[in-house]
Design a protein around this ligand. Structure first.
Ligand SMILES: *Cc1c(COP(=O)(O)O)cnc(C)c1O
Length: 358
């Protein structure tokens, strides 16, 4: 028997979510961020479903290569930028745009000389302190890029938010202020907003929004899962019960014997574990759905299996469906219970999980 564990990818949900984002940021173009294999949903599958997007954002040149090989002709932006001079001919061959965030990249562009103009997204560090030019260096970088024949004239000005998912925190407002000051008087399109900013910071939308998580129906906003913003989950992770066992009061369940039965009770064993990408650190009490009803994990998640408290549905039996996340159980809720975020969970599904497209 094939392992009954599958991730179903809902391409209609991807399209629906793109529509929700477009409605929220109606004055902006949408770059669909498809890094990390389309947030675990399959790069080519996601890009085909979202062919209505205005551009795709990737983190690796190899992803751009895959998109072109799949026949996709939309603009593609390399979000982490190129890192060696040999990447430049590749960018030109694949017609890929690149983020420029560091002086070393400026030097490589200058040394490479002429060639088909590459479109550059000049990244400014407005306070996240990951990638980007310091605000004081932006004018100089913009001037040097503008002077190059190998760089397209329409340089995009961009930045990234550190905490746009916290709608009442002042940091995003401060980053917007720093950005406006650093770019004042420079020509070019503006791009700042990730998913959370699409919903929480309409003043940041600019010319291009860059949603990732929201396309997949996943919210980064604590305590407000995707459906609260009108988004639909694009992934359902599901399996089946392999066994239901009656375990006696006082007995302990699983590795480390971490969970003790408070009474005689039915315990379900489901065919999923950390070998499938389900987090081992999900504690007892993490929700799952058995036959469409909420139930809780008990004991430790192991490589191939997990154990579930079935006291609420003693009739459950081997073969019954178990859903780990999807419609009715947001992956954000599971992430919160497991001490992580929905984003990490959808990116972590392993290759042995059968992927089904609907
Ligand atoms: C990943 C990424 C995004 C998308 O962020 P989400 O929170 O998934 O919407 C946008 N911009 C850049 C530069 C990124 O790296």
């Amino acid at each position: 028997m094939a392992r009954p564990t599958s991730a179903t990818i809902h391409t209609d949900a991807l399209r629906h979510n793109l529509g929700v984002i477009r409605a929220r940021a109606s004055g902006s173009r949408v770059m669909a961020v498809v890094k990390a294999d389309g947030y675990g949903h399959g790069l080519e599958r996601v890009a085909r479903a979202l062919e209505g997007a205005d551009a795709f954002g990737v983190a690796a040149l190899s992803d751009a290569e895959r998109l072109r090989a799949a026949g996709l002709s939309q603009p593609i932006v390399l979000l982490s930028g190129f890192d060696e001079a040999d990447d430049l001919p590749q960018l030109r061959r694949l017609n890929v745009e690149t983020v420029v965030h560091h002086a070393a990249q400026l030097a490589m562009l200058e040394q490479a000389g002429d060639g088909d103009p590459i479109r550059c997204w000049l990244k400014i560090d407005t306070g996240m302190h990951r990638l980007g030019f310091a605000p004081d260096d932006v004018r100089d970088a913009h001037g040097r890029l503008s002077a190059l024949a190998g760089v397209a004239d329409d340089i995009v000005l961009m930045s990234h938010f550190a905490s746009s998912d916290e709608f009442d925190k002042p940091q995003t407002r401060e980053q917007l202020r720093v950005f406006a000051e650093a770019t004042n008087g420079l020509s070019g399109a503006r791009s700042l907003a990730n998913s959370a900013a699409v919903f929480g910071w309409p003043g940041s939308h600019g010319d291009w929004v860059r949603p990732g998580g929201a396309l997949y129906g996943v919210s980064a906003v604590d305590g407000k899962p995707g459906p609260e913003f009108g988004l639909q989950p694009a992934m359902t992770l599901a399996t089946r019960l392999l066994a239901v066992n009656r375990i006696r009061k006082g007995e302990r369940i699983g590795y480390g014997a971490t969970w003790q039965c408070p009474e005689d009770m039915p315990v379900g064993v489901a065919a999923i574990g950390y070998g499938d990408g389900y987090p081992r650190h999900a504690p007892a009490g993490t929700p799952v759905m058995v036959n469409g009803l909420r139930a809780n994990i008990i004991g430790r998640v192991s490589m191939d299996l997990m154990t579930i408290d079935l006291r609420e549905q003693p009739e459950a039996k081997a073969g019954d469906p178990v859903m780990l996340w999807g419609a009715g159980l947001p992956v954000e809720t599971v992430g919160a219970a497991a001490g992580t975020i929905g984003y990490e969970l959808i990116c972590s599904i392993t290759r042995r999980v059968r992927v089904v497209e609907d």
